[in-house]
Design a protein around this ligand. Structure first.
Ligand SMILES: [Zn+2]
Ligand SMILES: [Zn+2]
Length: 314
């Protein structure tokens, strides 16, 4: 690689995260301004996915993570079922009349929400408030074994790339969304804030899992960047049980779970327990108590067999 192309690569790695994020935000804002928020979001999401997929081929963070792991179909299927479940929940809530209770309140305003503040400020408050639910939903999923059964599906992959973004057991997704949106509802946030928080969560989520060589600098002290999330996927729980934030690192910083060391995160990611390879088996796996325990007991490679945290990164 000559000096000029090395410099261009460096520049792209510094600018990629903020540029792609702001591009998605700008397209969504145009959609809102044109009174077509759904169209705006979909165009923004597609642009984000295509840009990141192209960069994953051109300048991957780990070349090994571009090799097929046999989990593409399962990850896609989890993404579809998670999204389908959330949408069904909204349809059922409408059928049960819940939305007719929430919508007028969201239109007229209640609670302590500062509705007369600029929308940008309201969205920032909305992100921080929803993040409290996302943070604790995620942290409990790691610290409470019953919830870990569901969340383990997300962590069972051995590579990170954009398709892992939606790879969640649908019950895991549902729990996170109810916790985040429940807080916004209790505070009386307007619909526009709900839409923006949902859109930004989708954008940051895909950025977080991309396999693109990027540099983040101070961004990692505000947003959950891929650099932080790669630690979260470590097999070593001293690194993996950290960085629970989904969009922001605010609550990680406050609750002492922020982790960002000046060395390369591990390439060998995953979990130290068995996970069946098929989508349907994975869906049923959290409910199969005895067989699960038998398989876990049969595994010899646990987290404790890993080298000390301070040993040189491989
Ligand atoms: Zn996790
Ligand atoms: Zn992840």
């Amino acid at each position: 690689m000559n000096l000029a192309s090395a410099r261009i690569r460096y520049l792209v790695s510094c600018l990629a995260w903020p540029t792609i994020f702001l591009m998605a935000v700008a397209i969504t804002a145009i959609g809102f301004a044109a009174d077509s928020p759904v169209l705006g979001f979909n165009v923004a999401y597609l642009t984000l996915a295509v840009s990141l997929f192209a960069l994953e081929q051109i300048m991957p963070h780990e070349r090994e993570w571009n090799v097929d792991d046999g989990q593409t179909f399962a990850s896609l299927a989890h993404t579809m079922t998670s999204k389908g479940t959330v949408q069904t929940l909204f349809i059922f809530s409408a059928a049960l009349g819940l939305s007719s209770l929430i919508a007028p309140a969201a239109e007229s305003g209640y609670g302590i929400w500062p509705r007369d503040w600029p929308i940008v400020v309201q969205v920032v408050i909305g992100l921080a408030a929803a993040e409290f639910g996302l943070y604790w939903g995620h942290r409990l999923a790691h610290e409470w074994p019953v919830l870990w059964r569901f969340h383990a599906i997300h962590h069972s992959v051995v590579r990170l790339w954009i398709l892992n973004t939606g790879r969640f057991h649908f019950i895991d997704s549902l729990k996170s969304i109810l916790m985040a949106m429940g807080i916004l509802m209790l505070l009386g946030a307007p619909m526009e804030v709900f839409h923006w928080v949902a859109a930004l969560t989708a954008f940051i989520g895909m950025l977080t899992h991309c396999n693109v060589e990027m540099r983040f600098g101070p961004l990692s002290y505000i947003f959950n960047t891929p650099g932080l999330h790669r630690w979260h996927h470590s097999r070593d729980l001293r690194e993996g049980n950290k960085n629970y934030g989904e969009n922001l690192v605010l609550w990680d910083l406050l609750f002492g779970t922020f982790f960002n060391e000046n060395r390369r995160p591990p390439v060998n990611i995953g979990i130290g327990e068995y996970m069946p390879p098929g989508f349907l088996q994975q869906l049923l796996w959290p409910f199969r108590g005895r067989r699960r325990l038998h398989s876990v007991a049969g595994m010899s490679a646990g987290h404790t067999s890993l080298p000390p945290l301070n040993s040189p990164a491989e």
